[in-house]
Design a protein around this ligand. Structure first.
Ligand SMILES: Cc1cc2nc3c(=O)[nH]c(=O)nc-3n(C[C@H](O)[C@H](O)[C@H](O)COP(=O)(O)OP(=O)(O)OC[C@H]3O[C@@H](n4cnc5c(N)ncnc54)[C@H](O)[C@@H]3O)c2cc1C
Length: 464
């Protein structure tokens, strides 16, 4: 049967927009459906771009306040939250306008409306219109989850959306959760002058990252005046005259923390509830994520999924890769390769930043890989000493025999940039010896990477 569209994309965020562009480039008839009041997707409107704009303002403020450390006299620096907010609005507005222009001028039909499946080849929109297609991509993103914590649903808690819209300095905030969003926003709030307390259920901040990285970032947070409770059991949340209070168990004691505001940063869940996935037999995991195979096909093979709605990572470049792969697979392109999990790249925009790529030590142990590892601290490196950037380290993992790079983790100043020194090396399956043949300028932060590489080169030579 001939359908009006070859490829119908539900959700025009990072995954959906890029998938649609690829499908158009392959000569397909494409429609993008998006039901948002404001087009642009999470990354531009309420995710990466606004958060990093604010975090950078806070970093500049912190640098100004650190003037005396560098022999500088800086008049008392403080945040003008209205101006910080206005700058963010202007910058994000520019990105959003550009994306809307791209969506509206592209060679696909942009259809506004919330879509749900009525049969495996037909979507219905809120106003009753229908859209038929041969292949579909679900890229509907995620929404903040509200775990069943007693009292949480009854108080006026903030989400990351609210923090990104602040045009005043809150006096105090208690943050539930210790993941990436929680940590990044905690430090932003602290730096603009808010009293911040993090209450986290897992044993360490930044679950999924190494214990060593979590400890280093926690040390920096506590040195900077953020109160952190990890390994807690939250008993309940209550709103009273003095603000919002959270009761929790920690090391056998019951503790209460109260603040003017509460930020629920306990995670996000797939935005799939209104899609009628059951009606067409699309399977989901217990956490609601759409299950896909390595080509991003759902359990209904002509329907694909990409981005936060299927995971497993909430990372923009991964969402884009998934969407583009789905578009190419649906077009039956030959020679495709699935997304390579051994190249997973992640950055946390705290200070010190955290960058990781490839396999972690936990992955390598689980896989039974024979690996060597070496690390080097920032406090012993010339450039970081002169920059007063002594938190952190570089750790590298390499195959024990030949020294092929398997993964790396950097905690430290600009780690999100530095970790990219390993991107091409990993993709090209380079060894520590290959990386050491490259030139490294002195005195740069990047130069610190050569020290663990040298150690590993020595170790692998012993095995050769
Ligand atoms: C505060 C914060 C900071 C972040 N920082 C980073 C970062 O620094 N780096 C990074 O890589 N990632 C970051 N992320 C995560 C990143 O933003 C997401 O992983 C990414 O934007 C997800 O893209 P997506 O295409 O899956 O979904 P989205 O961009 O959310 O797009 C989904 C689209 O689908 C539409 N839609 C939903 N349901 C329907 C429906 N039924 N019908 C029609 N349309 C529908 C929505 O309107 C939306 O436009 C951050 C997230 C947050 C919350």
């Amino acid at each position: 049967m001939k359908h009006p569209y070859d490829f119908v994309v539900i959700g025009g965020g990072s995954a959906g927009y890029n998938a649609a562009q690829v499908a158009v480039g392959l000569g397909k008839r494409v429609a993008v459906i998006d039901g948002a009041r404001k087009l642009g997707g999470l990354c531009i409107l309420r995710g990466c771009m606004p958060s990093k704009t604010l975090i950078y303002s806070a970093e500049v403020l912190h640098m100004a306040q650190s003037g005396p450390e560098f022999g500088l006299r800086v008049p008392k620096a403080s945040a003008d939250m209205r101006a910080v907010h206005a700058r963010k609005k202007r910058i994000v507005g520019g990105f959003a306008r550009y994306r809307v222009k791209q969506l509206k001028s592209a060679d696909f039909d942009l259809i506004r409306g919330q879509a749900h499946f009525v049969d495996p080849h037909t979507l219905e929109l809120g106003d009753g219109r229908t859209v038929e297609g041969k292949h579909f991509l679900i890229s509907t993103g995620s929404k903040v989850s509200v775990p069943p914590i007693p009292g949480l649903a009854d108080v006026a808690y903030w989400t990351s959306d609210d923090v990104l819209e602040l045009d005043f300095k809150p006096r105090s905030v208690v943050i539930l959760g210790g993941g990436i969003v929680a940590c990044e926003l905690a430090q932003f709030l602290k730096r603009v002058g808010t009293r911040v307390c993090i209450i986290q259920r897992s044993p360490n901040l930044l679950r999924g990252h190494s214990t060593e990285a979590a400890h280093e970032i926690r040390r920096a947070f506590e040195d900077g005046g953020i109160e952190v409770f990890a390994h807690t059991k939250i008993i309940g949340v209550r709103e009273g005259r003095g603000g919002i209070s959270v009761m929790f168990k920690h090391r056998g004691k019951t503790i209460r923390r109260q603040a003017d505001h509460l930020l629920n940063a306990l995670g996000r869940e797939p935005a799939t509830s209104g899609l009628s996935l059951e009606a067409v037999g699309i399977k989901t995991a217990d956490n609601g994520r759409i299950l896909t195979n390595r080509w991003q096909q759902t359990s209904v093979p002509h329907i694909y999924a990409a981005g936060d709605c299927c995971g497993p990572h909430e990372i923009v470049h991964v969402a884009i890769q998934q969407g583009e792969l789905a578009a190419r697979h649906a077009a039956r392109l030959k020679g495709l390769t699935p997304i390579d999990p051994s190249l997973l790249l992640c950055v946390v925009f705290t200070d010190p930043q955290l960058g990781s790529i490839g396999w972690s030590e936990k992955d390598l142990i689980e896989k039974g890989v024979a690996y060597s590892t070496a690390s080097y601290p920032f406090y012993d490196h010339g450039r970081s000493i002169l920059m007063d950037a002594d938190y952190g380290y570089v750790r590298v993992f390499a195959d024990r025999k030949k020294g092929r790079i398997l993964g790396a983790e950097i905690v430290g100043k600009d780690a999100g940039e530095l970790i990219h020194c390993f991107s091409a090396a990993l993709a090209m399956r380079a060894t520590v010896h290959d990386m050491l043949r490259a030139p490294w300028y002195h005195p740069t932060l990047a130069e610190v990477i050569t020290y663990p590489l040298e150690q590993l080169a020595g170790k692998t030579r012993e095995h050769q």
